[in-house]
Structure formats: C-alpha cells, structure tokens
Design a protein around this ligand. Structure first.
Ligand code: AMP
Ligand code: MN
Ligand code: ZN
Length: 605
C-alpha cells in the first residue's frame, strides 16, 4: 500500500487502524507462504532473496528492540536488546512479561483518563442482593454493587497510609474541657496523649444513673422512620434536636475492604424519640461538632461493643466519648449466656436483628431502604435496653461486689481511653495484628527455609502495595493465594497469575515484580543455607521457638512453635538460578504462550 493511502491517525484513527490491520495481515500471510524449513533452500537459490530477507529481518529486529527498550525504560528496567532470532526465541518470555505488565497498566490508566473512574462519570450499578443458603437453611444476604465510587476521592483529609508518618490527631477544639487541649504533652513523647484522658478519669456521673427507674419504652419500630442526615443544614438541625437529651444511643457502620485503614460510612444516633442516620462519607469533615454532646459528661452515650467505634470516631472525625456505657459489659457482669446485641434485642424487645447486612458494602449511595432500616435498628432500642440492664445491675449490686453499674462504667472508660494509631509494619519480626507471625500461627504451614523467605517477602510486598494503593491486603492478595504462591514459588509472571484464581487486579498488574520478589527471596535463602554449611545428609525436623508479644496487652507474651522442616539440599534445585536453566524455562514458557490463534488475527492465518 502506498504511504499516501494511509490515513492520518490523528484525523482518522479508525481508518488508520484498519489499514494497519490490513498490512499486518498481508505481511503475516506473506511470511507464512514459505515454510520455515525451506528458507535455507530459497536463500541459496536466490542471492537477492537472501539479501531482502536479511534486510527485512534486521529491520523487524530493530523495531522490536526499539519497542522493547521503550517498554523497559517505562518500567524502570534494564533489558538487553535482542541480538538475533535465536536470542528472541530464548528471551521471549521476559519480553512478553514486560509487555503484559505495561498493557495491564495502560488499560487501567486509559479507564482513568477516559473518566470511567471519576466521581462525576462513574456509574454505580444497581445494588444487588445475593442470597446464600447455608447449612442450617438460614438465608444470608449481602448487599453489594459493582463500581462503587471510592469515597476516599472526596475526603478533604488526604489518606496517608505510610507507617513512617504517625496518625495526625483531628481534634482542634475541645468542648467540656477540664484541662486545656494537650496540657499533658511530654516533650520526648512522640505521640500525642488522648485529649480527654483527664476528663474521662474524672467524670462526675449524673446521680440518676445509679438509681432504679421505670424503663422508658421505645417508640414503635414499624410506624416510625429515621431521619437521613447528609447535609450541613440537616446536621445543624439534628444538633438542635439533640439538645436537652440526657442519653444518646450511637453505632457506626464501617468499610475496610477497598481501603487500607478503613473508614466510617454511617453513624446511627437515637434519642428516646428519634432515630438519625448520618451519611458520614458526606459529612466527614463536619462531625467534630458532635463533641459538644459526645464529650459532655452529663450525657450518657450508650453503645454496644464500642471497641472499634471509639477508634473509628477518633480516626475519621476527631470525636471522643466522655461518659460511655457499653452494653457489652453488663452481659458479662450479669453472666448472660450470650453477649451480642442480637441477643439483647431478642431478650428485651423480642426483635429479630437482621444481621444479614452486617457485611454489606456500606459505601453504596443512595443507601438502599432495607440497609437504612437495618442500620437504625442497631440504635433504636438501645436506650430502653440500657434502662433494663442498669436496673438489673443495680438490683444485683451488693456491698461486697460493689456497685455493678460502676464496674461497667469503669470498663467502658477503658474502652473510651483507647487511642488510634496506624499499624507499623514489622518486616523483621512480623509482630502486630497484621504481621506475618500472626498468619504463620493461624496457617500452621510447615515451610522449608526458602518458602519461609518467600512468605516473608510476599507478605511485605502485599502490605506496601496495600498502603500505596489504599486497598486492604485482602483485596491485594488474599491469604490462601499468598499461601499458594509460597507453596509453588513460581519464578515467572504467568506462574504467579496461575497460582491465583481469580487473579486479583493488583497481582495481575504486578505479576512480574512478584515473580522477581520470589526469585530474590529464594536465592537469598539458598545462599544463607549454603553459608550455614547445609549438609546433604541432614534431613531432620527442628522446632524453633518464636515468641510474639500481643501488641495491645504489652506484657502478655505467647509462645508459638514454628515447624521448620530442614530438607535435603537436593530438594531445592540450585540450577534454578543457573542462567542456562532459566533460559530453558523461559523458552518452554514461550512455546506454551505461542497460541494457534491470535487475539488480533483470530485463526484467519
Ligand atoms: P455493628 O456494630 O454490628 O453494626 O458492626 C459495625 C461494623 O463492623 C460493620 O459495618 C462491619 O464493617 C463490621 N463488622 C461487624 N460484624 C462483622 C463481622 N462479623 N465480620 C466482619 N466485619 C464485621
Ligand atoms: Mn457497632
Ligand atoms: Zn451497627
């Protein structure tokens, strides 16, 4: 085709694409018209043919090398150019790895540029209800929608997951202060103290909290409806309506799958006569106003199982609770057979809690009606339950036991005094709730030294990827896939992808880096074992003791046994790090990758 017939790609991309496709089909068909085994024969037959073929070959190689170098530069890699056709065949695997990674990233970026991921153009699918029949025929529903907008994009406080940057406290103004904000700062102490520590330790409780009173019945559930609060105006209106109330029931709904640190999606707030459900994604930077009530010691805040709620309130809104009554503690002090909110709702209100939405995706907006109803049932009955529990505690209090209400309040205060801190990643010892040691204990998987090294390296890769992308590590690479990678230790990207089904997006995008991480960890471990004078005959099982310190309890030390199986040195094939062997593996992979049909040409050739 003459060059003037080729449409200008800028003016007519479709036309250009069509002509490119035609040329490629023609070129490929022409190339295929001479069987490979007859090339030598034709070359010797016609000198000009040999020259042309060599020229075309050199030109293709040059174009290929230019593309490869461009890709390598984009990936920040150093890749040796192909010398000749044999070299291409041998190193084809590495080139496709680079291209696959790049195409995956390009695809993702194109979606982003074309606005598929921007809040304005983002189309959230209609929420779906999935019904799962479990063994005991109970039905579980999970409400989720595809393409939920990432609420983080709208946060005024940018997400920072780096463990080297400590959590920045959000409270700027301290209502109901007995001591000024940060009066107790110790210069050497890096982290700031709990701003309401003094106030919580010196609460003067209203007398009414220690006297038996007639429980105040909740408003009927079916004939009342919650107020949805998602604007500043509605928030201010709600604040007005909270005035004068001595008790507030509070609960939160949270999301932590598509986020590293997690975020609060909803706050449910109930007085004796009204339920409010607050869109905390919309009002994230305005809810600090609620400290007016939350930090007021004369207003009791009733929550059930407030451990997480306390840290979420601090982390997302700078909210602190002074005078917390956690209804979980009465269930312990009074020795109830169960300790859940569902049990209390059934016992005191004969209400069947619809816990099937506990795992719903609370980011979905507009919030489906059934999720709204579920959410408000978590606080609607709670103040009545508080009355009943308080009476029971007072009735059961003896002078010996002391006042049981006080005991519950004291335990609640310990919960309220918790401080939110970012989790620091401990690569060395694997300590902390998200550390690798915890996972080793749980999975009880016997690993050889290479596998242990690969496990630690992948665990660390997963954590920093999750922090960088602001995703949970469950989203980046779930535990069972991490273990599959440890078990098989694939050394190339297709092997990595093959271990994960369905393959998570971030694994697919970083398959090559993962393969490289595995290679490095394995090689280092092999080196170390060799240096330690690893003998061929030793095939014994040794137990190493490792201790882990429960971060929260500080002094509590648990000991675990990690089975480390020393294998015959021959179990690990050192030739895997032999360049020739690696080449051979790559060539085999390349052969497998060569398909009979092509995505571009189909089977027309
Ligand atoms: P709740 O206090 O029961 O309303 O739960 C508050 C939040 O904790 C929910 O929105 C979930 O994000 C999380 N949550 C509650 N129960 C579970 C569970 N069984 N598994 C995982 N997350 C949960
Ligand atoms: Mn809760
Ligand atoms: Zn809840």
């Amino acid at each position: 085709m003459a060059s003037q017939d080729i449409p200008d790609p800028i003016k007519d991309f479709k036309g250009y694409q069509g002509s490119l496709f035609k040329s490629l089909v023609a070129a490929t068909a022409a190339a295929n018209s001479i069987p490979v085994e007859e090339w030598g024969f034709f070359r010797s037959l016609d000198r000009q043919f040999a020259k042309d073929v060599d020229q075309a070959g050199a030109s293709s190689l040059a174009i290929g090398n230019a593309l490869l170098q461009q890709c390598a530069v984009d990936c920040g890699l150093t890749v040796k150019s192909f010398d000749d056709i044999d070299d291409v065949v041998e190193r084809y695997g590495a080139a496709t790895d680079v291209c696959d990674g790049l195409l995956e990233k390009a695809d993702h970026c194109l979606d982003e540029i074309s606005g598929k991921h921007t809040p304005e153009n983002f189309k959230q699918d209609n929420p779906e209800v999935t019904q799962i029949a479990t063994k005991d025929k109970l039905e579980y529903k999970f409400l989720h929608a595809n393409n939920v907008v990432r609420p983080q994009m709208k946060f005024k406080d940018p997400v920072n997951n780096s463990s080297s940057v400590p959590f920045e406290r959000k409270i700027k103004y301290k209502p109901h202060a007995l001591v000024p904000l940060d009066s107790t700062i110790v210069a050497e102490d890096k982290s700031l103290p709990h701003p309401y520590e003094y106030e919580i330790e010196h609460i003067e409780y209203p007398k009414s909290m220690f006297t038996v009173t007639e429980p105040e019945m909740y408003k009927p559930y079916d004939t009342t409806s919650p107020t949805w609060v998602d604007t500043e105006e509605a928030l201010l209106d709600m604040m007005k309506r909270l005035e004068g109330h001595q008790e507030l029931a509070v609960d939160l709904e949270h999301h932590n799958y598509r986020s590293y640190q997690g975020f609060t999606c909803l706050m449910q707030l109930s007085t004796r006569d009204q339920d409010f459900v607050i869109d905390t994604l919309e009002l994230r930077d305005k809810l600090w106003m609620l400290n007016e009530y939350f930090a007021n010691p004369e207003i009791v805040k009733v929550l059930h199982g407030a451990d997480s709620d306390i840290v979420w309130l601090q982390r997302d809104f700078g909210l602190y609770i002074v005078n917390l009554f956690d209804t979980y503690f009465p269930t312990k002090v009074l020795d109830f057979p169960h300790h859940s909110l569902a049990y209390l709702l059934k016992t005191y209100c004969n209400f069947d809690a619809d816990k099937k939405y506990q795992l719903a995706d609370w980011r979905i907006r507009p919030l489906p009606q059934e999720m709204l109803e579920y959410a408000r049932s978590d606080t609607h009955f709670l103040l009545y339950i508080y009355d009943r529990l308080r009476n029971e505690l007072l009735e059961k209090s003896t002078s010996e036991d002391g006042n049981l209400v006080k005991i519950c309040l004291q335990r609640s205060n310990e919960v309220a005094l918790q401080k939110y801190e970012k989790e620091v990643y401990d690569a060395e010892n694997g300590l902390g709730p998200g550390g690798w040691k915890n996972m080793l204990i749980k999975w009880k998987y016997a690993m050889n030294p290479q596998q242990l090294a690969v496990f630690k390296a992948l665990h660390s890769w997963r954590d920093h990827t999750a922090r960088d992308e602001d995703e949970s590590w469950r989203y980046v690479l779930p535990n069972h896939m991490l273990m599959a990678l440890v078990e098989r230790m694939p050394l190339d990207s297709s092997g990595v992808i093959g271990c994960c089904n369905p393959c998570p997006t971030l694994v697919r995008m970083n398959a090559q880096a993962i393969a490289y991480t595995i290679q490095q960890a394995k090689m280092n471990a092999l080196q170390t074992t060799k240096e330690q004078g690893f003998k061929e005959e030793t095939a014994e099982s040794t137990k190493i003791e490792t201790s882990t310190t429960a971060a929260k309890n500080g002094s509590v030390t648990t000991t675990m046994q990690v089975q480390q199986v020393k294998r015959n040195a021959s179990d690990v094939d050192p030739s895997l790090f032999d360049l020739k062997k690696v080449k051979k593996i790559r060539t085999e992979t390349a052969a497998k990758l060569e398909k009979k049909t092509s995505a571009l040409f189909g089977s027309c050739l």
